[in-house]
Design a binder for this molecule. Structure first.
Ligand code: ADP
Ligand code: ADP
Ligand code: ZN
Length: 213
């Protein structure tokens, strides 16, 4: 099964993608996580990506497309995946379609997690990310057992630089300009499904499972 998660930054794509990956035994592929891992390891790709990410801008399409095509070659991606944060532009979606078509494949579902902008600032301001394993928490909606410490690996939790309000505003406007057009793109291909992302996490997941079967 090949699934794409669509939605604004902070809509809950990553949270749901992790659960989908577990339930359907497919890898969760997050381009944001891959970039952050590269930044942490100070790779050339990480250095390039960081300049864009810090400003809340998108990393150029060529870089992202090369990275994802490489990721698809790994053995765990052979039976599908859930993509979180890719594609984010029409050219990225076209590159994905072209690569899939070459193998007679296509996207099965594009799930749009719908959350209005008013809720997003609160979602992002309360998000905390683990520096060790990348797990995501929310100080209000999904608090760790011990404040500031990851339940899973015990490392420190931080507020991502790009989750500060000024950058979030820019990311939202980038989302509306460059990513939202994908909703129409996948609707035309009849694979778009919408879920109400303002519901509690468990209810969002139930709605998704109803769609995926
Ligand atoms: P969120 O989960 O909050 O939406 P991500 O972790 O997906 O954020 O992405 C963080 C940043 O990484 C983005 O703001 C952007 O700079 C970069 N990025 C991630 N995926 C892509 C992509 N597909 N195209 C371009 N930039 C990307
Ligand atoms: P995205 O990957 O779309 O950027 P995340 O999955 O990281 O979004 O979620 C953003 C923040 O909102 C996180 O702190 C997460 O714990 C929290 N969150 C996710 N889904 C919900 C929900 N349904 N209700 C309340 N908070 C949520
Ligand atoms: Zn952790």
């Amino acid at each position: 099964m090949k699934i794409i998660m669509l939605g604004a930054p902070g809509a809950g794509k990553g949270t749901q993608a992790k659960r989908i990956a577990e339930k359907y035994s497919i890898p969760h592929i997050s381009t944001g996580d891959i970039f952050r891992a590269n930044i942490k390891n100070n790779t050339e790709l990480g250095q390039k990506a960081k300049t864009y990410m810090d400003k809340g801008e998108l990393v150029p399409d060529e870089l992202v497309v090369d990275l994802i095509m490489d990721r698809f070659k790994q053995a765990d991606a052979a039976n599908g995946y859930v993509l979180d944060g890719f594609p984010r532009t029409i050219p990225q979606a076209e590159a994905l379609d072209k690569a899939l078509e070459a193998n007679g494949e296509s996207v099965d579902f594009a799930i749009n997690v719908e959350v209005p902008d008013e809720n997003i600032i609160n979602r992002m301001g309360g998000r905390r990310a683990c520096v060790g394993c990348g797990a995501t928490y929310h100080i209000q909606f999904n608090a760790p057992k011990v404040e500031g410490i990851c339940d899973t690996c015990g490392e420190k939790l931080i507020l991502r630089d790009d989750d500060k309000p000024e950058t979030v505003k820019n990311r939202l406007s980038v989302y509306h300009d460059q990513t939202q057009p994908l909703i129409d793109y996948y609707n035309k291909k009849n694979v778009l499904r919408e879920v109400d992302g303002t519901q509690a996490m468990d209810d969002v997941f139930k709605a998704i499972v109803d769609i995926l079967g």
